[in-house]
Design a protein around this ligand. Structure first.
Ligand SMILES: *Cc1c(COP(=O)(O)O)cnc(C)c1O
Length: 798
């Protein structure tokens, strides 16, 4: 859209006046934010309405992306940028004497996700709109997002994230006309109707009202707006008498109260099952209703609708879809089943077995009696069909949905859909040859890879404005629209002035972060030091502890020899641990105590600092990532399905220090071996250890004095004030044989860290590497990832 600065100022003042009855100088940042958001809404309303009308008229095929998590972070700047008026707004605010950054910070992060999975879903929403594809999100409107993390005495403390705050969600629109009922519990039996057909009769079911709230997803400068639909729960008016007390009402509200703060392990709670079913059922019901308005036959719904199952949380979708088609719309089983398979597709996000959801059959049957019957029928037919084809009983047993009194949700998603994808090349290979190998044997044609991506606009134009301007100066501004133009930067690796400009831009980002570090931790860090960053959820497989082992080594070396010639380093961490994940919380405590020890030690002469920034979230990522020199991507090979922060760092010019895991491998393929630092075992070496059972961490510990010296510092008082946590870590590494092979990879990691020092000393060489990373990061735009999903899985037209 087009609006002049003068017009914008007038519109803004009017909005502030109308909405808040106040003038600019008197308004708080929150009031200014709300007014700005309302103005943005006015600007896009017509586009949004027209888009919905156009999609209905064109009878376009629509993809629905079902995800229990969406992690967009703040929306204000993205919305302004995508409408094409971010600069105008910033200039207008400057003229009004208003601090734009303060106003933008008044927006609460929309943190309805844990980490990578939710962030990917949010990225896809942006990219679907930007590429012009009709793709709508479907999720839950949690009252509380991911917990807010505070560090108290080195420990993680969790606080509720009441993100609605005083403003509510300024972007959402409640859609009363799309309210549907969702049924839970009760008894279901089948009864013959007048035509002799068996129909289900529900007795004593609990009926809930599912209320949709739509959040617009604005495409980048293209007049396209899609929808992210988030469901909330309410008590139907007809059933009010069933909930006479505040407690009984609260029990219902609990369904959408909180996001489960655990992104990788199976959460065996009834409430979680209800959450999953609630959003799936509500979403599918409205999808079918809106499809039927086109007057087309329901058997052919797959021609106009794709339903994507993001990880197993919405994997009840094939069974619920069958229930709706058969029970509510009278389709025959086989017609319904064909339509279901052609409609559904599924993304697998992990090979960690604890994250492959299974539900206790009794629990499932109690909460979802009719869906349970349908799952049994799907399972029976699946088994019978394979047996008839002569498939080996062992394979049938491994792949069926119901076994050992458990319902295997990934199996349902694979059997009930036409596509299964992994999220990086290595991950997809591991699915085929290991985790899902029996399914790959049965359905090779369903398997495909879609390497994750990131929204480049957020990580460059929004998070790194100075970097973006410098890119404009070097290659022109075309890359903002077509990210592949970044490749032109490769022509400038020999241009020392350009390299120096990029160096200065990095320094500006580092200064901004240094200021924040000082404000929040009272630590002064030098921007001449290497900013070495590991920010991501805290998990054993991500190996923050390996990073810690190396820091201890540096610390001990410097204590022994204070004149040691190393490039000063600031190690920066940001990580939330799941509240019930004891080990992860112990690692946080130890990092903080190590930071206390190191940061106050004057004998280190500023050569070493450790910073833990609390409450890592998308907004903090936007501050940290552009300021990083080194991107730590050090998971045990085979365990990180893809990773996406690795891509964000690459795009803003950090050098990746990585194992050959997930998308790190594809980053290496893009930048070339000389522009990334790789260490450690690869996946084959890891699997070899698994096969041979030949890894003994105690042997390494006993035979290698350097390793022993580092590991002992957890228990010999070197790191004060964390005796029990230190012991827990010692035991994990030595007594319990170091599940994630830290000690095996340690020497190679330390060597790689030495290489980082050497490379950084040569500023020209370092900046060449950095530039090549930026220049080739276009590979990881989620716009292209979504184009692949649209073409190869959903069969959409832009
Ligand atoms: C990108 C992102 C992640 C994912 O990080 P990984 O290192 O890929 O696990 C998690 N949290 C936030 C806030 C992010 O922005």
């Amino acid at each position: 859209m087009k609006v002049t600065k003068e017009q914008f100022i007038r519109d803004f003042k009017d909005t502030l006046h109308e909405e808040q009855l106040i003038k600019v100088p008197a308004a708080t940042d929150t009031e200014l934010f709300v007014a700005l958001a309302k103005l943005i809404r006015k600007y896009y309303t017509n586009t949004w309405i027209n888009r919905n009308k156009a999609l209905t008229e064109e009878k376009a095929k629509v993809a629905y992306y079902f995800s229990i998590e969406f992690l967009p972070g703040r929306m204000l700047e993205t919305n302004l940028l995508n409408l094409g008026i971010l600069d105008t707004a910033k200039e207008a605010f400057a003229e009004l004497g208003v601090d734009f950054d303060a106003v933008k910070s008044a927006e609460h992060d929309m943190a309805l996700g844990n980490g990578g999975l939710g962030r990917l879903a949010a990225a896809f929403m942006d990219s679907l709109a930007t590429t012009g594809y009709p793709g709508f999100g479907n999720g839950l409107r949690y009252q509380y997002g991911l917990f807010k993390q505070r560090i108290v005495d080195g420990y993680q403390v969790e606080l509720p994230d009441s993100w609605f705050g005083s403003t509510g969600n300024v972007w959402e629109v409640r859609k009363d006309h799309d309210i549907v009922d969702v049924k839970l519990y009760g008894n279901v039996y089948l009864k013959s109707n007048a035509e002799g057909k068996l129909v289900p009769v529900y007795e004593g079911a609990q009926i809930l009202k599912a209320v949709p709230y739509d959040v617009p997803q604005i495409g980048f400068e293209n007049e396209v707006i899609n929808n992210l639909r988030l469901w909330d729960v309410e008590i139907p008016q007809e059933n009010e008498l069933d909930y006479p007390t505040i407690e009984s009402r609260r029990a219902i509200q609990d369904i959408t109260a909180v996001l489960y703060p655990d992104d990788s392990s199976y959460e065996g709670k009834r409430l979680r099952l209800i959450q999953e079913y609630f959003m799936t059922s509500a979403g599918l019901q409205t999808i079918i209703k809106s499809y039927l308005k086109q007057g087309l036959p329901l058997e052919e719904i797959y021609k106009k609708v794709s339903v994507h199952i993001n990880d197993t949380h919405p994997a009840v979708a094939p069974a619920e879809f069958m229930r709706l088609l058969i029970d509510d719309y009278n389709l025959e089983w086989l017609d319904a089943w064909q339509a279901t398979i052609k409609t559904m597709s599924y993304t697998n996000h992990t090979i960690l077995s604890e994250a492959l959801e299974k539900w206790d059959a009794e629990l499932f049957k109690t909460v979802l009696p009719r869906v349970y019957q349908i799952i049994l029928e799907i399972d029976n037919r699946f088994v019978a069909e394979l047996a008839q084809k002569g498939v080996a009983p062992e394979i049938i047993e491994n792949t069926r949905i119901v076994k050992d009194n458990m319902i295997h949700m990934a199996h349902l998603a694979i059997i009930g859909g036409h596509s299964v994808n992994g999220v990086a090349k290595l991950h997809t290979e591991l699915l085929k040859e290991d985790t899902l190998k029996d399914f790959y044997y049965l359905y090779p044609e369903k398997f495909n890879n879609k390497t994750n991506g990131i929204v480049q606009r957020r990580w460059t134009q929004i998070a790194a404005p100075e970097l973006s301007k410098t890119i404009d100066q070097v290659i022109g501004a075309g890359w903002r629209k077509d990210i592949h133009e970044l490749r032109k930067l490769q022509d400038f690796v020999g241009d020392d002035q350009v390299l120096e400009d990029f160096y200065q831009v990095k320094q500006v980002a580092k200064e901004r972060l240094a200021k924040y570090i000082y404000q929040t931790t009272n630590q002064e860090v030098s921007t001449d030091a290497i900013f070495d960053v590991q920010v991501k959820r805290l998990h054993a497989y991500k190996r923050q502890l390996l990073n810690v082992l190396h820091i201890i080594k540096r610390y001990l070396d410097l204590k022994e020899n204070p004149d040691l010639d190393v490039v000063p380093r600031v190690f920066i961490f940001g990580a939330k641990a799941a509240p019930g994940y004891h080990f992860a919380k112990s690692v946080i405590k130890v990092i903080n105590e190590l930071a206390n020890l190191i940061n106050k030690d004057a004998t280190l002469k500023g050569k070493l600092k450790v910073i833990f920034l609390e409450n890592y979230n998308v907004s903090l990522a936007e501050l940290i990532i552009p300021a990083a020199d080194v991107s730590e991507q050090i998971s045990l090979a085979s365990k990180e399905a893809s990773g996406t922060s690795n891509m964000k760092f690459m795009m803003t010019g950090a050098i990746t220090l990585a194992t050959l895991d997930g998308a790190n491998i594809e980053i290496k393929d893009e930048v070339g071996d000389d522009n990334i630092v790789i260490f450690g075992m690869d996946k084959d070496q890891v699997y070899d250890h698994y096969a041979k059972h030949d890894y003994f961490s105690r042997g390494l510990y006993e035979s290698n004095p350097m390793i022993r010296r580092i590991v002992d510092s957890f228990v010999n008082g070197t790191i004060p004030n964390c005796q029990s946590e230190g012991m827990e870590i010692y035991e994990a590494l030595i007594t319990h044989n170091d599940d994630y092979f830290l000690l095996e990879d340690l020497e190679s990691y330390i060597e790689a860290q030495g290489k980082i020092d050497d490379l950084y000393r040569n500023r020209q060489k370092w900046m060449q590497m950095s530039l090549i990373n930026i220049a080739t990061s276009d590979k990881f735009t989620s716009d292209d990832t979504i184009r692949e999903y649209a073409k190869e899985i959903w069969n959409l037209e832009s």
